[in-house]
Design a protein around this ligand. Structure first.
Ligand code: HEC
Ligand code: HEC
Ligand code: HEC
Ligand code: HEC
Ligand code: HEC
Ligand code: HEC
Ligand code: HEC
Ligand code: HEC
Ligand code: HEC
Ligand code: HEC
Length: 313
């Protein structure tokens, strides 16, 4: 053994099947061959790729040396792969079957997409769950109007994994996401965020104010649970109760307000606020059909009327 020359020792190690060592050593030797070489064998992939923004920028208006590498800007230097295409260790691939480590894959993309909306990617729940950029993006073809997504739109892309949340939007009351008027990324940043769960703003309420500005206040008379969190009363992805409410009225209100205390007179006794069949004889209270407590307490999100302390105006 000790008489062997270094090069012979190298092949000996390879012959022993210590593949990892050989692959690391040989990967270091790979050099850039240029896109023409790649396209010679990957004509079909190139035709799809040519309709993407990356293709246009890298080919027509490259900003730096890396962008000029086109295919190899993402897949890494390809000389060894071109010689030995079936050895999966010789090139960075982004499909499950190819087996390149997720960190290596994402590192390629992050080399150019570190800041901006990707700022919070490291440590985000998607990164920690070992998602690859390629779980949501397919840069090899233009499937979506923008964002190079794996599916034709954001909602379908998210639904490949989050079927439950997508299904909640089919409930009777929902914001117009199934109708295509909004998407998961109106509220979430899939690349990570300082606010759980991947919210786009510093709190749930600030997310909501972006479209429901009239709920922001400030109000002369604030309703504490509204200020605290809209989700105290609303199920954001959808609900079978009216107006995305987490419970039917008046039960919603009664979860926090014990009507035996403070509310004046028999009018507001708990047995009379129940929806149906709870009065003597099985009748429902005349005073609380439909909007229940809000027949009187109309301004439930807060009031600016000098006499609106009880949200009645
Ligand atoms: C001599 C022909 C040839 C050349 C040149 C070539 N490839 Fe390949 N490439 C192949 C073949 C064949 C496969 C399929 C190998 C397999 O599935 O085992 C492949 C597979 C791939 C994959 C597979 C990824 C996956 O996830 O399945 C990528 C990416 C790739 N090539 C990119 C490139 C790039 C980039 C270049 C230029 C640097 C290049 N190829 C040059 C023949 C070639
Ligand atoms: C912006 C980064 C990027 C660039 C540039 C790029 N690729 Fe890819 N490539 C990917 C990703 C990501 C995938 C995995 C797509 C998927 O999940 O199906 C991929 C997949 C592939 C595959 C596997 C088959 C397929 O289509 O999924 C081949 C082959 C390939 N690329 C070749 C090329 C060639 C040739 C070029 C240049 C003409 C190129 N790539 C340019 C990122 C890139
Ligand atoms: C060499 C630098 C570079 C690499 C590597 C790179 N990108 Fe890009 N990417 C760009 C540039 C430049 C643009 C054009 C828009 C811009 O200027 O931000 C872009 C645009 C995009 C867009 C928006 C496209 C659109 O049509 O709206 C997505 C999504 C994207 N990249 C994802 C990826 C993913 C995923 C990877 C890794 C597989 C990747 N990029 C690798 C430079 C790069
Ligand atoms: C969980 C799904 C998901 C993952 C994982 C993901 N993205 Fe995205 N990405 C999206 C969606 C959705 C959009 C928005 C598309 C739109 O608005 O049309 C987007 C947009 C982008 C854009 C273009 C606009 C922007 O916000 O800057 C870039 C660039 C991008 N992603 C890069 C990346 C990179 C790099 C990674 C990996 C580190 C990654 N993405 C991982 C879902 C994802
Ligand atoms: C490839 C699968 C996959 C895709 C696609 C995906 N996610 Fe996720 N997502 C996960 C996993 C895994 C987690 C970790 C928690 C879990 O298991 O639910 C997660 C977590 C989340 C969380 C945080 C949940 C929490 O409890 O903190 C949000 C929010 C989220 N994803 C939104 C999105 C959005 C929006 C999209 C589309 C742009 C998307 N995801 C696409 C796999 C995916
Ligand atoms: C109107 C804003 C909004 C939209 C649109 C939205 N979400 Fe959410 N999402 C939230 C808020 C707020 C929470 C936190 C809920 C809580 O704290 O009760 C959340 C929570 C989540 C969670 C954590 C688990 C859970 O169900 O509470 C996941 C996963 C998630 N959303 C995925 C999605 C996906 C996928 C879509 C698109 C189909 C989507 N969201 C659309 C605002 C939104
Ligand atoms: C991207 C814009 C957008 C954001 C962000 C948003 N909404 Fe909405 N919301 C809408 C639209 C559009 C409607 C439907 C309005 C209509 O039909 O008049 C709606 C309707 C509603 C409704 C009434 C539903 C019904 O059945 O009439 C409630 C309640 C609601 N949103 C609560 C919230 C909450 C809570 C948040 C924050 C987690 C939020 N929204 C964030 C756009 C948004
Ligand atoms: C204390 C419970 C409660 C909280 C907390 C709450 N809401 Fe509501 N919200 C309701 C009720 C009850 C309705 C039905 C009102 C009606 O029919 O007049 C409603 C209706 C709505 C509607 C549709 C009707 C309208 O007034 O435009 C929107 C939008 C809405 N809420 C947004 C929000 C937002 C945004 C937040 C957080 C800032 C929030 N809600 C917090 C109880 C609540
Ligand atoms: C998540 C708990 C919660 C829910 C649900 C809730 N509230 Fe409140 N509400 C409060 C809190 C906390 C206060 C502030 C009490 C205080 O200042 O003493 C309050 C205050 C009020 C007040 C003013 C009382 C006062 O003493 O000034 C009225 C009226 C009221 N709520 C009505 C309602 C109605 C009607 C509903 C149903 C649509 C409702 N609330 C749902 C928690 C809730
Ligand atoms: C018919 C009109 C009406 C209906 C219906 C009604 N309220 Fe009231 N509520 C009032 C009036 C008037 C006051 C003020 C009483 C006072 O100042 O003594 C009040 C006061 C309150 C207060 C403040 C009590 C306090 O200690 O100051 C709360 C909380 C409240 N209502 C909750 C509810 C809830 C919850 C419902 C539904 C289950 C409801 N109300 C139904 C008229 C109504």
């Amino acid at each position: 053994m000790s008489t062997l020359k270094p090069s012979a020792g190298f092949s000996f190690v390879c012959a022993l099947g210590l593949l990892l060592v050989c692959q690391v050593l040989s990967a270091e030797e790979a050099t850039y061959v240029g896109e023409k070489t790649c396209i010679a064998c990957h004509n079909q992939e190139n035709r799809h790729f040519s309709s993407t923004l990356h293709s246009k920028v890298f080919r027509l208006n490259p900003k730096n040396e890396r962008e000029k590498k086109v295919c190899e800007a993402c897949h890494g230097p390809g000389s060894l792969h071109a010689k030995n295409p079936t050895d999966k260790a010789l090139l960075i691939g982004f499909t499950k079957g190819w087996g390149t480590a997720i960190e290596t894959q994402n590192g390629q993309c992050m080399g150019c997409h570190k800041g901006g909306s990707q700022l919070h990617w490291p440590g985000s729940i998607h990164a920690d769950s070992k998602l690859g950029c390629a779980d949501c993006h397919n840069p090899m073809e233009k499937n979506s109007v923008s964002g190079l997504l794996t599916k034709s739109n954001v909602n379908d892309t998210c639904a490949t994994c989050h079927q439950q949340q997508r299904a909640e939007f089919n409930k009777r009351s929902h914001m117009p996401l199934p109708e295509g008027k909004m998407s998961c990324v109106d509220c979430h940043n899939p690349h990570g965020s300082a606010t759980k769960p991947l919210l786009k703003a510093e709190s749930t309420n600030v997310v909501c104010y972006a479209c429901h500005a009239e709920k922001r206040g400030p109000f002369l008379w604030e309703h504490a649970p509204v200020r605290e969190n809209c989700t105290n009363c609303h199920a954001v992805h959808g609900s079978n109760h009216d107006k995305l409410l987490v419970a039917a009225r008046p039960y919603l209100c009664q979860q926090c307000h014990n009507l035996s205390v403070g509310h004046s007179g028999a009018f507001f006794r708990a047995d009379q606020t129940a929806a149906a069949g709870q009065l003597p004889g099985g009748a429902s209270s005349q005073r609380l059909p439909g909007r229940a407590c809000q027949n009187c307490h109309t301004q439930i999100h807060g009031s600016n009327h000098p006499a609106g302390a009880r949200f009645q105006r």
